[in-house]
Design a protein around this ligand. Structure first.
Ligand code: GRF
Length: 221
């Protein structure tokens, strides 16, 4: 089985990056992080990468007139580093087809809601404001929409009556940190297959021999 050569894109705190770093060093994820790339200097995610001895680059989006030009620079940097699979771990930029076509069905995002509910920014706040009783996180392939790509796996958490946005975000984040390395290991094991859509039907993901419903916290099924 080939080791996954990962490029991880970040913009912020990097706790999901940390979960991937920890899974690699624990031997539960067969991957090499070839590069952690941030669009912002000085973020905690870069510090986490430094501590783990993972190569980093900062490539600011400022100074690029067009999104496509920035994305082309991202592609070149990631390819030079040897990244073949891309993880968006809190990367706060929309990617254009220039990027997505360079890594077709090889860009993975983690989103803090049960998609297709609450796409976009502040999914936890959206869930709280709507009044749902269950939310969670979704690991999915990235397509050209906002959080619309084929879903690989989901985990659910309850919304408690006294939740704040932060308490809910923390509960979801704990599941994100399990879900992301788990799905990456499935990819490393070649268990994840995308069935193309046809006509009105969406592309769907098949996961071989693993349950892509990652359970309901605090109780598993
Ligand atoms: C996570 O909630 C993730 O789902 C979302 O951005 C946040 C990143 O957090 N896409 P972190 O930087 O990994 O701590």
């Amino acid at each position: 089985m080939p080791t996954l050569d990962l490029g991880v894109l970040v913009s912020g705190t990097g706790t999901n990056l940390q979960a991937v770093i920890d899974a690699v060093s624990a031997g539960t994820l067969d991957a090499r992080i070839r590069l952690v790339l941030s669009n912002k200097p000085g973020v905690a995610a870069l510090e986490r990468a430094h501590r783990a001895g993972v190569p980093t680059r900062v490539l600011s989006h400022k100074g690029y007139a067009r999104r496509e030009d920035y994305d082309q620079a991202l592609v070149e940097t990631l390819r030079q580093a040897g990244a073949r699979w891309i993880v968006l771990a809190g990367f706060m930029r929309i990617l254009t087809p220039v990027f997505l076509d360079a890594f077709p069905m090889r860009v993975i995002n983690i989103h803090p809601a049960l998609l297709p509910s609450f796409p976009g920014v502040d999914a936890q706040g959206q869930a709280l404001a709507y009044g749902v009783r269950v939310t969670g996180c979704t690991v999915h392939f990235v397509d050209s929409g906002t959080d619309t790509g084929p879903i690989i796996a989901q985990a659910a958490v309850p919304v408690m009556p006294d939740d704040t946005r932060d308490s809910l975000a923390r509960r979801i984040l704990a599941r994100e940190h399990e879900a992301l390395p788990t799905v990456l290991q499935w990819i490393a094991e070649d268990r994840v297959v995308v069935e193309p859509g046809s006509g009105a039907s969406r592309a769907r993901v098949i996961v071989r021999d693993r349950d892509p419903f990652l359970g309901f916290w605090p109780e598993n099924r």
